[in-house]
Every structure is written in C-alpha cells, then in structure tokens.
Ligand binder design. Structure first.
Ligand code: NAD
Length: 285
C-alpha cells in the first residue's frame, strides 16, 4: 500500500492521518513538538472511537488496525520515500515556507506534495519546491473523515499529471475532489471567512447572541452548522490567521479581522480545541 507522510499532528493532521489509515494507507505522522507527538497516539485512538460511534455501520471503522497504521516521527527526514506528503502545519506562511524549504532535501522524485491550507498561496509554496509541478493544494475540511468534499487547488506550476494523481488519491480516500485555481482563500474560505468575520462583528456590536446568529443559518438556510460554531470548530486562531492572508492577498478592507476575534485569540478562547470560543465545550479537542 502507498505510504502517506503527514506533517503537523494538530486538528487536521490527525484527522487526515486517520482518514488515510482507514483506507489502508500506511502513515507517518510528523510534528516538531514532542508534547504533541506523545499525545498523538492516544488522541488518534479517541478520535477513531468517536468516528466509530458516529457511524457504527460504516465498514471502514470496523477495522481495528487503523491506529496501528499510523507511526509518529519527530523529523521530516523520516518522510523520505512517501508517495504523498500532506503538509498541515499552522496557518503561518513563514512556518509553511520553512517546512517546504526543508522538504526539498527530503522528497525525491515520486513523492508528490499536498499543501493543506485555508488561504496560503499554493503558487508561493510550490515555488520553493524542488519540483513545483508536483505540488498541489489539498484543502481538507474539518472534521476530515466526515466531510466528502476536498478542494484541490492548482497552483501556477501544478502539472496536469499531479492534478490527476491528486484526484485519484482523494477519490481513494472516499472523497469527492473539486478542482479550482489558486487565489487567496480559494473558493471555500474566501466565502466562508466573510460569513464568520461578519458574524463576529454582529456579536461585537450586540446585534445578536451567537446562538441567534447560528440559528438563522441552521434553521433558516438549512446549513448543518452556523458561522460561529464553524469558526469554533476551525479554531479562532486559524480563522484570524486566514483573514490576515485574505486581507494581504486581496488588498481589500472587506477582509479586515473583527477586533473581537483577535481579542478572543489573545485571551486563549480559540474555540473547540481550547474548550471555549463563541460557545462552551466540555472537553478540549
Ligand atoms: P493546529 O494548530 O491544530 O496544528 C498545527 C500543527 O503543526 C501543530 O501540532 C504544530 O506543532 C505543528 N507544526 C508547526 N510547525 C511545525 C513544523 N515546523 N514541523 C512540524 N510540525 C509543525 O492547526 P490545524 O487546525 O490542524 O491547521 C493546519 C492547517 O490546515 C492550516 O494551514 C489550516 O489553515 C488548515 N486547515 C485547517 C482547518 C481547520 O478546521 N482547523 C480546516 C482546513 C484547513
């Protein structure tokens, strides 16, 4: 079975690892933070249990070997020889650039690189690679095992062959690829971050409480989640970082970050993963 190297064992990295392992791929999950790595195996077992409980009849969750297919690594060199490397480090362009510069010495021919990012330019990241034509944006959505759509983003250099291989890889994960071209925020986040940011402005201005704002989306528009619950799920730190990228990339003031969002991040109220955001959660994820 092909090997998938995953960089970043945060919210997305662990979910992408589980999604790949559930389809039989061998996974090497790499993070630079030893505390994150030592918690990863326990987190993965707990997440797999949760997904199994949510969909007990799905054959993929009956496989007891899923956590065992995910090895952890503290060093990017351990990803050498992977068929795909999926990068999921923090939404900070300088950090992503450092990681992709280092990948030049790790990934040989035959390794394709997927960048999982909310807004960072795929073209800019690919330009740092040894073979920019082998790099593509692979925007998974949270929670990865439950969301069917993956937005594939063709950068300036991405080849037709890499796009074809990425569509095949995403389809093998049981998902539906949607191919778009590179632009700040692509399609999904250019739209969704306007909703989330404007919803935060409504809370800041006291126009409505988070519950009321989200109810209009769930009850009124039939969305599964409202914009503020979505922001909590993504992580308000990631939302703020993405708004900055959109603001810089588009040079358009409509993407200016709501001060309340920044204040909540400064206070450590970053959403589900901290236990508190616009809503309160029992256990941090
Ligand atoms: P996160 O903060 O939960 O995790 C990021 C992980 O990257 C951390 O564990 C951190 O230790 C690790 N990391 C940082 N620098 C590293 C390095 N140099 N080498 C190895 N590991 C490093 O972030 P996340 O929510 O998982 O987001 C990851 C990426 O996925 C971001 O680009 C984000 O925009 C994108 N994304 C997030 C969501 C979401 O809902 N959270 C959805 C789609 C896409």
């Amino acid at each position: 079975m092909p090997v998938v190297g995953i960089i970043g064992a945060g919210v997305m990295g662990k979910d992408v690892a589980i999604t790949c392992a559930a389809q039989g791929y061998d996974v090497v999950l790499c993070d630079h933070d030893p505390a994150v790595l030592s918690a990863a195996a326990g987190d993965i077992r707990a997440l797999v249990r949760r997904y199994r409980l949510m969909a007990p009849d799905e054959p993929r969750w009956k496989d007891k070997a899923i956590p065992g297919r995910i090895l952890t690594a503290g060093n990017l060199a351990e990803l050498a020889g992977s068929d795909w490397v999926v990068e999921n480090v923090v939404e900070d362009v300088a950090v992503k650039e450092r990681v992709h510069r280092e990948l030049r010495t790790v990934c040989g021919e035959g390794t394709r690189i997927a960048v999982n990012t909310s807004c960072v330019s795929i073209t800019r990241i690919a330009a740092l690679a040894e073979r920019p034509e082998d790099v593509i944006g692979m925007h998974f959505m949270n929670p990865v095992p439950l969301i069917e759509c993956v937005e594939l983003v063709r950068g300036h250099h991405t080849s037709g062959e890499t796009t074809k291989q990425a569509e095949a890889f995403v389809s093998a994960l049981g998902k539906r690829p949607v191919v778009v071209r590179d632009a700040p925020g692509f399609v999904s986040n250019r739209l969704s971050h306007l909703f989330m940011n404007e919803a935060a402005f409504l809370v800041q201005e006291g126009v409505a409480e988070p519950e009321q704002i989200d109810a209009i989306f769930t009850l009124g528009y039939g969305h599964k989640m409202g914009p503020l619950a979505t922001a909590d799920l993504i992580g308000l730190d990631t939302v703020v970082a993405s708004l900055k990228v959109l603001h810089d990339g588009m040079q358009d003031p409509k993407f200016r970050c709501c001060p309340l969002l920044q204040k909540m991040v400064d206070a450590g109220l970053v959403g589900r993963k901290s236990g508190q955001g616009f809503f309160t959660y029992g256990v941090p994820r």
